[in-house]
Design a binder for this molecule. Structure first.
Ligand code: GAR
Length: 578
């Protein structure tokens, strides 16, 4: 385990403090003590064990902690309710001498004894309500006669179990994934496999993978963040772009929960294309010439500056569907007017007109820890709806990893690092550079602030490193210590969508024979738009599921599997990987 710092809050005798100190004696754990009582015996104990201690008046605790950070905050006989601002510093644990929710508050042991009731201890996460957070551990005391005996038994249990639970909380993580697509499905699968997982929670999963974790219901992000504190979430994994653009990471950070993702400011790299293009130019990153159009009157003169056909892009977020290549000058004008008039609501009130580039497109995903970038192998996705790269843009119809392209990655990383360093905010996650290899070198088409779906389905088949370790090192700015082990192999994914996708996917059709094809062809299935009712699976969205497999000949098994999945509204591309 890396070095970790604990702050123990205690204002009593400090027998729990002592037990914790002894337990971690020869470890890399650094312990400090805070007491709000000047004459508390626990302060003497700290001296005895050479533990750094602070006496801080209760009203000054928030100010005292302002520029300090600890990995975990431990309440051990600290008999006051801390203000929310203090608890928003990070994760807090408490120990209480009763079987919560019974006998909350003071004199728990005495009151249990008086009622001759069931006795025991509880260790729980701390929320702003009294003794109310999610329970991590409880142990009942079988029988007791006198009050002294009960007290002794309680303390014995506390001293045995509190340090062990603290150690587990330091090593193992509670992770919350938000998102409902196949990307979040594979993230859940990878996180579930991690040896560092304590418990996995899911916000808004689809029916196809909700059984991989405990589902948290919520009405808004504020409520979700409250529940995340309740359950002691260590890391939020923000799968998709929209929650980040709406500020979910900012909110969770303000509650002391770290995220694998970025804040609202950084999310503009994806949610405002004009912003990203400007920065690419500033940092000398090759990107296609472009203009921004905001008024209908600007269209004619803008179009004249581009070789036909240019690319028309909505400035904002459109689930990958806001890109259009016009067939004629009048078609271009018509589309731009539709965009400006709100085809994608506010997302298309600004339009980017860009010189079209020709070549092979590919995807570069990099981890970013605020200081360093670490690249995944290259991948490729297939954005057009039909085989042969024809038809409309979609969220993605298939992918392969890894993809080979020779270009100066170090030089690119240096430029991208400078670009990222110029933005003020929080970014500890994945950045996608959408690239194209042209006769004139490699250009960047766009940035995304997350993994791409369906690239991740293929890419993560090749990653051998524990996924929570990846998250942990990224979030804690330790990518220099991460060994990203990748298998030298190939993986492919074919997306099965519903007829009518991307404009009007047909919903409601039943999908059968999935379990069979999984067994027969050893493929993996990641769900997107499905509803499961009475063990039957129904289409409920545009992209229904992804079929993924690793190995050189995987693609033929994937197509056999897709062929045998029974779904009358099936739509897929038959040229993935070719
Ligand atoms: C412990 O029994 C702990 O459970 C209790 O205070 C005692 C502290 O003893 N905490 C609470 O009642 C919290 N509501 P210590 O100072 O000897 O560790």
């Amino acid at each position: 385990m890396d070095t970790k710092k604990l702050l123990i809050f205690a204002s009593g005798k400090g027998t729990n403090f002592e037990a914790i100190v002894k337990y971690f004696k020869n470890s890399d754990i650094i312990i400090e003590l805070l007491s709000d009582k000047k004459d508390a015996p626990v302060l003497q104990k700290a001296k005895k064990y050479n533990i750094k201690s602070y006496f801080v008046e209760f009203k000054n605790i928030e100010e005292f902690l302002k520029n300090k950070n600890y990995d975990l905050y431990i309440l051990a006989g600290f008999m006051r309710i801390l203000p929310e601002e203090v608890m928003n510093k990070g994760k807090f644990l408490n120990i209480h001498p009763s079987l919560l929710p019974e006998y909350k508050g003071k004199n728990a042991i005495l009151n249990t004894y008086k009622n001759n009731d069931k006795a025991g201890i509880s260790i729980h996460y701390v929320t702003r309500d009294v003794d109310s957070g999610g329970i991590i551990f409880q142990k009942e005391i079988e029988n007791y006669k006198t009050l002294d005996e009960l007290e002794e038994k309680i303390h014995k249990l506390e001293h045995k179990f509190y340090p062990e639970i603290i150690e587990n909380e330091l090593i193992k993580k509670n992770v919350l994934i938000i998102g409902s697509g196949a990307r979040e499905h594979i993230l859940a699968e990878k996180i579930k496999e991690s040896k560092f997982l304590n418990k996995l929670y899911l916000a808004n999963p689809n029916d196809g993978f909700k059984n991989l974790g405990e589902v948290i219901e919520y009405k808004n992000y504020e409520e979700l963040s409250y529940k995340a504190k309740f359950f002691g979430i260590d890391y939020l994994v923000a799968g998709a772009e929209n929650p980040m653009a709406d500020g979910i990471v900012d909110l969770f950070l303000s509650k002391g929960i770290k995220s694998f993702g970025c804040d609202k400011e950084f999310s503009k790299l994806e949610s405002k294309k004009s912003y990203a293009k400007k920065l690419m130019q500033k940092f000398d990153i090759k990107t296609a010439p472009y203009v921004v159009i905001q008024q209908i009157e600007e269209i004619d003169s803008a179009l004249k500056n581009f070789q036909f056909p240019p690319v028309i892009k909505a400035d904002g977020l459109c689930f990958g569907k806001g890109v259009y290549i016009p067939e004629s000058f009048s078609d271009a004008k018509k589309i731009i007017i539709e965009f400006l008039k709100g085809k994608f609501k506010d997302a298309s009130k600004k339009v980017i007109l860009e010189q079209r580039l020709y070549g092979n497109e590919f995807s570069l995903f990099s981890l970013y820890d605020g200081k360093k970038l670490l690249n995944f192998p290259l991948a490729k996705d297939y954005k057009k709806e039909n085989s042969g790269d024809l038809g409309k843009n979609t969220g993605g119809m298939g992918s392969i990893a890894h993809y080979k392209c020779n270009f100066n990655l170090d030089e690119y990383n240096n430029k991208l690092l400078k670009l990222l360093a110029s933005i003020k905010g929080y970014y500890r996650g994945v950045i996608y550079s959408g690239m194209i290899e042209t006769n004139d070198g490699v250009y960047v088409l766009e940035y995304n602030v997350r993994f791409g779906d369906p690239e991740i389905q293929s890419l993560l088949q090749l990653i051998e490193t524990d996924f929570i370790e990846i998250i942990d090192k990224t979030i804690n700015s330790k990518l220099d210590k991460l060994n990203l082990k990748t298998e030298d192999n190939f993986a492919s994914t074919v997306v099965m969508a519903a007829k009518g996708y991307p404009d009007n996917p047909k919903k409601g059709g039943e999908i059968k024979n999935i379990e069979n094809v999984i067994k027969k062809y050893k493929v993996k299935i990641y769900y997107s738009g499905v509803k499961i009712k009475d063990d039957k699976t129904f289409a409920s969205g545009g992209r229904i599921l992804s079929v993924t497999k690793k190995g050189k000949n995987a693609i033929s098994d994937i197509y056999k599997a897709i062929g045998e999945i029974e779904f009358k509204d099936k739509k897929f591309r038959d040229d993935i990987g070719s």
